[in-house]
Design a protein around this ligand. Structure first.
Ligand SMILES: [Zn+2]
Length: 142
């Protein structure tokens, strides 16, 4: 469902998310699709359309996240909150593997989110392989 954002709110999100998926960090220019607006707490669970509850996400992360707010940490089997781009710091929960192809969860939140959003699905890993061949590297601060 389309989400109406004021110009100012859209600009604020673009400034913070830097035209990348707030979850898997895929640059919009690499995804081939515009980022979509993700409600951290979904509208179906009364999530508001305010900056603190929004981020830009790639189509696939948004699709696989769906209305989830929690997921299972595959290491502990415990349910934990998904990564929240407005509350959490990406590189405290995730790290790139040495080849910059796969994202590894460093924490329960990171592992649960990586799995739930399928952030290392075969399609995106293939795409990352091509970007790396062309010299792409994740930003140092991601
Ligand atoms: Zn993504």
């Amino acid at each position: 469902m389309a989400v109406y954002l004021s110009k100012a709110l859209r600009q604020r999100l673009e400034n913070v998310d830097d035209h990348r998926c707030a979850y898997c960090r895929t640059p919009q220019a690499n995804s081939g699709n515009p980022m979509v607006v993700d409600h951290l707490r979904p509208r179906s669970k009364s999530g508001a359309t305010i900056f603190e509850n929004l981020c830009f996400a790639c189509y696939r992360c948004n699709l696989f996240k769906g209305s989830q707010t929690h997921a299972i940490d595959p290491l502990s089997g415990e349910t934990c909150p998904l990564f929240s781009p407005r509350r959490d710091i990406w590189n405290e929960h995730f790290i790139w593997d040495e080849a910059h192809l796969r994202i590894r969860g460093l924490t329960a939140v990171g592992r649960a989110t990586t799995n739930a959003l399928r952030m290392n699905n075969a399609v995106i890993v293939d795409a990352r392989r091509n970007w790396v061949r062309l010299g792409w590297q994740p930003d140092a601060n991601t």
